[in-house]
Write a new protein. Structure first.
Length: 318
């Protein structure tokens, strides 16, 4: 069993704010942000977290608060594929925008429409544009949460559709329908966390898509994880397997499903505390290693074999 990870930065309380920069010209048409950050101390780095299809920026609280507690400002945009936004924009779906629509995936007509959105190139580009506006607005975001105005190291992270957004911004190249190969790497991010990401033959990803992903990257999936087109966990590992060596990490949770033990408060899957804790530890150690420049964090990542806490997993690095 791998020893328990001892975080580099002392745990603090967490501040949380919704509606950050609401109505600001800096964000343009992008929705206001949810931000979480350490209480009583300056953040040591920031993470922009991209939610999955149908989710929103208020979700992923347990994971996000853990990062904030240990020294990071976590910035959550909400994209136009959030289910409540879709419900308002497309009333023919019969969803009440004021109701809890978190189980939309159990309704076949709604699921079919959301999967159309997932595979619409304009939606991919829209997400990238929103993150770009968030990055351009970092000075205003830092001021709104009381963070220092100086530069901070940053990571891009995301789950599912959000992992797709994250890997493009980390350097993955895709074939855009009708226009050929395109890259979207944003050099303002120095590391990437991909939770249930995509492999080849979906959303423009193909052989050699990951050749340009040269920075640190953590790819997390589970043996029960599946893609929108049915790809299994081996397919979910392709961002790691096909990216060039150098600070790349892969964690495959034994028995982990698409939500990796429970990433959101409202996801429809059973929560598995041991898996949740493993994801929290591994992702925090990765941030400490590559945003906090911690040698002990890198050493701990390098020591993982087949278990973190009570969670069995496969772990690789190159």
């Amino acid at each position: 069993m791998t020893a328990v990870y001892e975080p580099v930065f002392e745990a603090a309380g967490v501040r949380e704010a919704h509606g950050v920069l609401a109505g600001s010209a800096a964000l343009g048409e992008a929705a206001a942000l949810t931000c979480r950050w350490p209480e009583g101390r300056a953040p040591r780095g920031f993470v922009v977290f991209c939610h999955g299809l149908g989710s929103n920026g208020r979700e992923y609280g347990p994971l996000s608060r853990n990062w904030a507690r240990h020294g990071y400002l976590v910035i959550h945009p909400t994209f136009s594929d959030a289910i409540d936004t879709v419900a308002r924009a497309e009333p023919q779906l019969g969803l009440d925008p004021q109701a809890d629509n978190s189980r939309w995936s159990l309704q076949p007509p709604v699921r079919a429409r959301m999967h159309e959105i997932l595979h619409t190139p304009a939606r991919w580009l829209e997400r990238l544009a929103v993150v770009g506006r968030v990055m351009d607005a970092l000075p205003e975001i830092f001021a709104a949460v009381g963070a220092p105005s100086g530069p901070l190291p940053g990571a891009i992270a995301g789950h599912s559709f959000g992992a797709y957004t994250a890997q493009l911004l980390a350097g993955a190249e895709i074939d855009m329908p009708g226009s050929g190969p395109r890259g979207f790497r944003d050099p303002r991010f120095s590391a990437a966390i991909l939770l249930s990401a995509q492999g080849r033959d979906q959303q423009g990803l193909r052989d050699r898509s990951w050749d340009g992903m040269t920075g640190p990257m953590l790819n997390v999936t589970g043996t029960l994880d599946r893609g929108a087109k049915g790809g299994d966990w081996h397919w979910k590992c392709e961002p790691y397997e096909l990216a060039p060596a150098g600070n790349k990490y892969l964690a495959v949770l034994d028995g982990g499903d698409h939500f990796l033990g429970g990433l959101t408060e409202r996801d429809p899957h059973t929560h598995v505390p041991a898996q949740q804790e493993a994801v929290r530890r591994v992702t925090l150690a990765f941030l400490d290693a590559f945003l906090g420049d911690s040698r002990p964090a890198r050493d701990w990542l390098g020591s993982i074999r087949d278990q973190v806490g009570d969670c069995k997993l496969m772990f690789k690095h190159k």
